[in-house]
Design a protein around this ligand. Structure first.
Ligand code: SF4
Ligand code: SF4
Length: 348
């Protein structure tokens, strides 16, 4: 007999053939930096006092996930600062041994020579380092701690010393304080291709761990919101020109155009098609499994919940239906979950 949830879910395809498209593990929910555009360093009431999975529980999840996906499927380890978690590199090695590709997003602060060697030895495929400006005073001021930019630059050298294969990406936030240095940064990455492999620009968003407000960029968190839209357009147009000329800029032209529309009027709807989180597997630092944070908590790896069952469950199918009909003007989609020219409607 069908449950009400099963009846409600309109199965448009054979769920048994749907595979996850990507997996993000938010291995830790804290950070040692004090960024002005992110407040991961402040306590999240949603995870306060809740235990985290053990290394063995993470491994069980990774092993189960492997049954759902093809060889070479990518697991992204993020946070907070992923390298603060003692088990991150052990889990990277474990995932590599099972045939996954692995990526870590990091602020670079902990990567001295010893850590760089450990990272390379773990078999990590790709490390994405945050660097918002070539001017150390700008980067450090936005990151709230002095010496961060210098550590990132050293981290690149240390990592290259131990591996010429690991992908090193730079990730840069477009905001008021960084705008005028973005082209120089893109130029620098592009002319140092023996050290770095890519640069990805991201639009400034409402800071993590702050109360959701539609007008956050006007009230409360407007100190890093770009003030002069003409300047935004001028800088992004130059990045687009370079991108078209073959510079190593990770964002597509459509994504860069979408940034312009977003900075011009963030309240304008940017989503054209349903977002692709119906194929996402997210796991939080406390082990919660979900597709989109807004729809249906499917289970928790600390309870022994099996992602192979959860992925095909009526609750997951209902979440997919909800995601496909989600009308949220979701700014996260500008930076993440990006596939080709999807899902933006670029309206001037
Ligand atoms: S942006 Fe990154 S480095 Fe800065 S507080 Fe957030 S998690 Fe930490
Ligand atoms: S648009 Fe945003 S809130 Fe809606 S399903 Fe996608 S990620 Fe979730």
């Amino acid at each position: 007999m069908q449950s009400s949830l099963e009846k409600k879910a309109d199965l448009k395809y054979s769920v048994k053939t749907l595979k996850p498209g990507f997996c993000c593990i938010g291995i830790v929910d804290t950070c040692m930096l004090k960024c002005k555009m992110c407040q991961k360093w402040k306590e999240d009431p949603g995870t306060k006092g809740i235990s985290q999975p053990t290394a063995e529980q993470w491994k069980v999840f990774i092993r189960q996930l492997r049954d759902l996906v093809d060889n070479g499927f990518e697991i992204d380890f993020g946070g907070g600062e992923a390298l603060m978690h003692k088990d991150t590199l052990e889990l990277v090695s474990y995932a590599k041994g099972l045939g996954f590709r692995t990526t870590i997003a990091s602020n670079g602060y902990l990567i001295d020579e010893k850590m760089a060697k450990k990272i390379v030895d773990s078999g990590l495929d790709s490390l994405v380092l945050s660097l918002d400006s070539l001017k150390p005073e700008v980067h450090d001021s936005m990151r709230g701690v002095s010496g961060v930019a210098s550590r990132v630059l050293k981290a690149v050298k240390f990592l290259r010393k131990y591996s010429d294969k690991i992908h090193i990406g730079i990730c840069t936030i477009i905001m008021e304080q960084t705008l005028d240095g973005l082209v120089d940064l893109a130029q620098w990455v592009n002319s140092n291709r023996d050290e770095m492999n890519s640069i990805l620009f991201m639009a400034a968003m409402q800071p993590n761990n702050t109360e959701v407000k539609n007008d956050w960029y006007e009230n409360g968190h407007d100190h890093f919101w770009p003030k002069d839209i003409k300047n935004v357009n001028r800088v992004i147009d130059e990045l687009i020109r370079r991108r078209k000329n073959g510079d190593w800029i990770g964002d597509s032209v459509v994504q860069l155009e979408a940034f312009k529309a977003y900075f011009k009027d963030p309240s304008k709807f940017v989503k054209k098609n349903p977002c692709n989180l119906d194929r996402a597997v997210h796991v939080s630092s406390i082990g919660d499994i979900f597709l989109c944070y807004r729809y249906a908590l499917l289970g928790n790896i600390k309870n022994g919940d099996d992602v192979r069952k959860l992925w095909y469950s009526p609750a997951a199918e209902q979440a997919r239906q909800d995601i496909r009909s989600c009308k949220d003007n979701c700014h996260f989609l500008l930076n993440c979950f990006f596939e080709g020219d999807y899902p933006f409607s670029v309206v001037a």
